[in-house]
Design a protein around this ligand. Structure first.
Ligand code: PMP
Length: 804
């Protein structure tokens, strides 16, 4: 009973609310129908499926409190203070703080009581960790026993252990809570594996497998919901009904929504109650029921699903056929809810109305987002796209990380514990969504479904090296060559940007017979021994490596930098000494130098002079490539320079490690022959699938053009902000790569303020970074799929954290 009044004398002849028992200090509020469409066996014959008895009319068993106390004493040998609990079908009393005595509604036949009692006992044995209320046997060892109530009806009595907790509100559970909840759903089903009882063949209208039975009553649904419910059932008929019978099936709880599960104050499941909807059906229906019922009413319902799927999968991986129908099953459960509740709801039954309206609203939201998209996302998660994370506290994680990683840097003063990525967002363990405008690896958005699909399908099929004939790597190489300036006709696959630059350097030294290398003043090109030498950002506090000299980037470099720079190639080569110039390596965006691009003239001059001095030119596109600049796939194209090498990395696999060197056959082939070049993982079959998927998405979604137009808007908004705010200096934007100088009150570069800004933005849910020799430049690099609204939000939040 929802209003908490005594229900003893009340006739319950309309829709009943369940769970019939939920023990929350005597004022438990059951909040929705959990049963009402079970077929019963007639005349002792076979189990009937054609007469649905909606047992809504039978009043609560009528037994006076002193008779209940006597019953408790006689049957269980327990004397305890009794406290009447809510329950619209059953007569419930708390017994002290330990038990609940439950006199079941007279319509619950002994076979159903037997089934749930045996199931609960089985669960207790097989999954002792699950917080399932246990049945306390009578003095004679029975799990239930009959009584006759004042109206002469036979009812069955059971004594349960009392569970503590509360039913969570619609938005109460964070991602960790949803994940844990679904783990429990899977745990209960695992505990019931192999369990059977003839009563499990009862037909229950709430079994999603029987969704089409609701068609007859669609007319009872409010008009605004009828079409969407009808569409769901039509799709169920064509997509689900033909395959459902072939899926794994077993007895399942079938009702682990918010009404039947209790949580503690941290959101962890503390109790599972009401086994009244148990049935034998497709296993995946059990998950769909829990998801539909938990998501119903949540403000972020469309985003909360992955955490539940991940939780379930962490216990019971889903099979591909189950993954394929999960979205339809969730929708069908919502449709069933909409119809059954419409049919029986009383006008004053606010919570039932809420559930019905919530179900209709969620169905509309799914349709608005596009059912196919929703289904694909759900299926991808269910197939195993979502990882399982280890639910440690942030502090514990940090300690373990420090113990194992040592002092490797974490971003932000308050490090971010992330558990999932989706599009332009990273999702924290606290369930919060962070706009990721920092990470240029997920160029087409975190966990892009196409990249996920392609890599998952490939790793489930074949993953091996490039020394076999296989189409993937070859096709990727062909597409890269087709995208590059003419003359670059060789692709050597590696695994990281560092390896790509290292390999380009080796080839250049092999081809020229010289060792000298030029890089910009504060460049970063990698972590290997050779590319460390090409990265003054990393060795600025040590002595300069041999054979390397520094060029001032476009716009110059701060005079305070420890190692001198040179204005041009000629000056740098003269200063370098050694055996002369082999290579000049340049990041087209000059990100580490403080984001100095575009600088087409500088690049043309530098590449030309490099050749004049007998060297080769490497366009390091690890940062600037894959359309980020909005001009072309490779930033160097805008400078109209034909480089000798293009090195690729970071975004190439949207997070899957894959990198490459594009170069000319006259440079590569002699090197390959002389060294028998081969990389075990470079260009492996899955890496190739990732690379092809990324190129495919960039092309089909027009992301280069999008980077141009959205980058222009970002640039405009940042300029506007910088004009209004003395703390911001020059804004340098090229496509969706932006650098913004941060100044102190006297107009000097201010790294401390830049750090403060980045940290405050992180607290407000927006992630950016810092760059430049002193870290005084804000680094903004959202994925190319970022929306204009997200960019506007970014600039608005930046404006909000700046000093006025
Ligand atoms: N080149 C540039 C321009 C980079 O920014 C980086 C990485 N930040 C690298 C090379 C090295 O790439 P990776 O970290 O994949 O080895």
């Amino acid at each position: 009973m929802r209003d908490g009044r005594d229900t003893g004398s009340r006739s319950t002849n309309a829709v009943q609310s369940s769970p019939a028992w939920s023990f929350l200090g005597g004022d438990a509020l059951s909040r929705r129908i959990s049963w009402n469409g079970r077929c019963v066996r007639e005349g002792g014959g076979p189990w009937h499926a054609d007469r649905v008895i909606e047992r809504l009319d039978e009043p609560v068993p009528c037994i006076a409190e002193d008779a209940v106390a006597a019953l408790l004493r006689d049957a269980y040998g327990i004397d305890g203070p009794l406290r009447r609990l809510a329950g619209e079908r059953d007569l419930n009393h708390a017994v002290g703080d330990d038990y609940v005595l439950k006199v079941q509604n007279a319509t619950d036949g002994e076979d159903v009581i037997e089934m749930s009692s045996l199931a609960i006992a089985e669960l207790g044995r097989r999954e002792p960790e699950l917080p399932v209320s246990r049945i306390v046997p009578t003095r004679t060892g029975a799990l239930w026993h009959p009584v006759t109530d004042a109206a002469g009806r036979t009812c069955f009595v059971r004594l349960f252990t009392l569970l503590r907790g509360h039913h969570p509100g619609p938005d109460e559970l964070d991602e960790r809570g949803l994940y844990g909840w679904a783990r429990v759903v899977a745990g209960v089903a695992r505990g019931l594996r192999g369990f059977f009882h003839p009563a499990a063949r009862y037909e229950i209208a709430w079994d999603i497998g029987r969704a089409l039975g609701q068609r007859a009553d669609i007319g009872t649904v409010p008009e605004a919901g009828r079409d969407v419910v009808a569409a769901v059932l039509d799709r169920f008929e064509s997509h689900v009904a033909p395959v459902l019978g072939g899926l794994r099936a077993q007895v399942v709880h079938n009702d682990m929504g918010r009404a039947n599960v209790l949580v503690d104050d941290s959101g962890a499941v503390s109790g599972i109650i009401d086994f009244g909807d148990m049935t034998h059906t497709a296993l995946v229906c059990d998950l769909a029921v829990a998801m539909a019922d938990v998501l119903n009413g949540r403000a972020d319902a469309m985003h909360a699903a992955p955490a539940m799927i991940a939780g379930y999968r962490s216990v019971t991986p889903l099979e591909p056929d189950e993954a394929a129908v999960l979205a339809d099953l969730i929708a069908a459960r919502l449709a069933i809810t909409a119809v059954i509740m419409s049919k029986h709801v009383r006008d004053d039954d606010v919570e039932v109305l809420d559930d019905r309206d919530g179900a209709i609203e969620l169905l509309h939201a799914i349709e608005a987002a596009g059912f196919a998209r929703f289904a694909e996302k759900i299926a991808a998660e269910a197939r195993g796209a979502a990882p399982v994370w280890n639910a440690r506290t942030d502090a514990a994680l940090r300690r373990s990380r420090d113990r194992t990683f040592g002092p490797q840097t974490l971003s932000y003063d308050e490090p971010l514990h992330v558990v999932r990525g989706e599009g332009a967002y990273l999702i924290g363990a606290d369930g919060r969504r962070y706009l990721d405008a920092y990470n240029n690896v997920p160029v087409v958005g975190h966990c892009h479904p196409e990249v996920v699909r392609a890599t998952a399908a490939q790793i489930a099929t074949l993953n091996t090296n490039t020394r076999y004939l296989n189409g993937g790597g070859v096709e990727l190489a062909e597409r890269l060559i087709a995208s590059a300036p003419s003359g670059l006709d060789r692709v050597l696959f590696v695994n990281s940007g560092s390896e790509a630059n290292d390999l380009a350097l080796r080839i250049a030294r092999f081809a020229t017979g010289r060792r000298g290398a030029l890089v910009t003043r504060f460049a970063y090109h990698g972590i290997t021994a050779a590319t460390f030498a090409l990265s003054p950002e990393s060795w600025q506090h040590a002595s300069a490596p041999p054979d390397v000299a520094l060029l001032d980037p476009p716009g110059g470099a701060p005079a305070e930098l420890p190692h001198p720079g040179h204005p041009d190639v000629a000056a740098a080569v003269a200063a370098m000494g050694g055996d002369g110039l082999a290579v000049t390596v340049v990041d087209g965006c000059f990100i580490s130098d403080g984001m100095r691009g575009p600088a087409h003239g500088w690049i043309r001059r530098t590449a030309g002079a490099t050749r004049t001095h007998g060297g080769l030119y490497v366009a390091d596109e690890v940062q600037a490539g894959f359309g980020r600049t909005g001009d072309a796939l490779w930033s160097v194209a805008a400078a109209e320079v034909a480089p000798d090498f293009i090195t690729l990395g970071k975004p190439m696999g949207n997070g899957f490690p894959v990198a490459a060197v594009l170069t000319r056959s006259d440079l590569a082939d002699p090197f390959i022959e002389a060294t028998d070049y081969f990389s075990t993982f470079g260009g492996n079959t899955v890496a190739a699938a990732a690379g092809l998927a990324v190129l495919g998405v960039i092309e089909t979604d027009g992301l280069i053009e999008q980077a141009r137009t959205r980058g222009a808007r970002l640039s405009e908004r940042l300029d506007e902000l910088a004009r209004r705010t003395p703390a911001l200096g020059e804004v340098r934007c090229w496509g969706l790569m932006a650098g913004v100088d941060v100044l102190d009150d006297a107009g000097r570069p201010d790294p401390a303020r830049a750090r403060l800004i980045a940290n405050e933005l992180r607290q407000r849910g927006v992630l950016i970074g810092q760059t430049g020799p002193f870290g005084d430049v804000l680094k903004i690099r959202p994925p190319l799929i970022v929306t204009t609204e997200q960019l506007d939000l970014l600039v608005a939040e930046l404006g909000a954290v700046l000093p006025v």
